[in-house]
Unconditional design. Structure first.
Length: 142
C-alpha cells in the first residue's frame, strides 16, 4: 500500500528532531541534574540561534504515543545490550516531557500539526493504522 501512493513533494522523515532534542532530551538531562545550568544555557542559546537563523520547516509531527511500561516491555523483549538496565523512571520522565511538548503544548515549537498514533497497540493493528494514515503522513502539507 505505502509504495503505490503518489507523492506530490519529496518526503523527509526523521526519528528524532531538533525539537525533541531540546524539549525532551536536553530538558530531561537538566531536570535530572546531569546537565549543569551553564551547559543547559549554552544549548538553549545554540537552539535559539538555529531557530532564528536557519530555515527549520516541519510540516507534520507523528507522535507514536506509548506508555512508559509498554516501552520498557518492548526494550526487554528486544534484549539489546545498549538498552539493558534502562529504568522505568527514565522512560516516565521522557514520556512526560513528550506529553508537555506535543499534547499540553508547553513550548512554542513546533507550529506544525501533530498526528497522534496509539503505539501501545499490537504490531499488526498498528501497521493497519499506519497504512490508514499514510496519505496524511506522506503528503502532509495540511
Amino acid at each position: 500500500m505505502l509504495s503505490i501512493l503518489a507523492l506530490t513533494a519529496p518526503v523527509k522523515m526523521m526519528e528524532r528532531s531538533l525539537f525533541s532534542a531540546r524539549y525532551c532530551f536536553v530538558e530531561n538531562l537538566h531536570k535530572s541534574g546531569k546537565l549543569a545550568d551553564f551547559d543547559f544555557q549554552v544549548l538553549n542559546e545554540w537552539y535559539d540561534w538555529i531557530m532564528d537563523n536557519q530555515k527549520v520547516n516541519v510540516d507534520l509531527i507523528v507522535y507514536l504515543r506509548s506508555t512508559p511500561e509498554t516501552c520498557l516491555n518492548r526494550m526487554i523483549k528486544r534484549s539489546r545490550t545498549e538498552e539493558a538496565g534502562v529504568p522505568l523512571e527514565y522512560l516516565e520522565s521522557l514520556h512526560e516531557l513528550h506529553e508537555d511538548w506535543l499534547i499540553r503544548k508547553k513550548f512554542a515549537y513546533p507550529t506544525a500539526p501533530v498526528l497522534i498514533m496509539d503505539a501501545d497497540k499490537e504490531l499488526e493493528e498498528f501497521k493497519q493504522d499506519i497504512e490508514e494514515q499514510a496519505p496524511q503522513i506522506l503528503n502532509c502539507r495540511l
